[in-house]
Design a protein around this ligand. Sequence first.
Ligand SMILES: Nc1ncnc2c1ncn2[C@@H]1O[C@H](COP(=O)(O)OP(=O)(O)OP(=O)(O)O)[C@@H](O)[C@H]1O
Ligand SMILES: [Mg+2]
Length: 234
Amino acid sequence: MQALDGVSMEIPAEQVTAMIGPSGCGKSTFLRCINRMNDLVEAARIEGELLFDGKNVYDGDVDPVALRRHIGMVFQHPNPFPKSIYDNVAYGLRVQNDTDNMDERVEEALKRAALWDEVSDQLDKSALDLSGGQQQRLCIARAIAVDPNVILMDEPASALDPIATSKIEDLIEELAEDYTVIIVTHNMQQAARISDKTAVFLTGGELVEFDDTETIFENPEYQRVEDYITGKFG
Ligand SMILES: Nc1ncnc2c1ncn2[C@@H]1O[C@H](COP(=O)(O)OP(=O)(O)OP(=O)(O)O)[C@@H](O)[C@H]1O
Ligand SMILES: [Mg+2]
């Protein structure tokens, strides 16, 4: 089956772009196209171009592992490694053999992920002993430690309570000062609150409308988009 069809959009750098749409419309599939995570899905086939800094990430000479260093990802369910807090954040740097000033860089990533104050005196503790919201911020710290350009987030707060969610939302807005953030969310208020641009996908993997978030939520071009946003279908 075809998950996405004729999707064309230009995602602005250093802003937050939200992707919304009903379940099964292809949001996660699209997100996974961006850093070639779909390469790991055996049956997946992709046509077209996806330009990152002007270069098609599907060109034969692109190394997907190197690409994912520039385009990191945070998943719906926090997935820290069964290692210490410190080792989780240091992981990507060690893989890259880039271990100068490790302590400072771990601290910096944890600060940027708004977790440092809660964990600074227990960096040796297992990441699995953190709360869900803390684990998710740790996963964000792990993603930003390698200094990517883009961070993809697939429903990063859907497993969290409202307080943890609001921390993640604040964090996303801050991250967008330095990173390009692309977030999939089912939460319309969340998309409206934190994103600059919103892409609306509807059933069949069609990108129906992509515009400034304010326009999408206040004055969308398409009736189908308005119906979806106001809860009339979807
Ligand atoms: N690994 C896979 N193998 C085969 N089909 C898949 C795979 N992943 C997704 N699909 C199919 O692709 C379509 C789009 O799925 P996708 O997960 O991208 O939707 P989504 O918009 O993220 O939905 P949700 O909001 O429920 O997360 C669905 O029909 C789904 O069944
Ligand atoms: Mg999904």
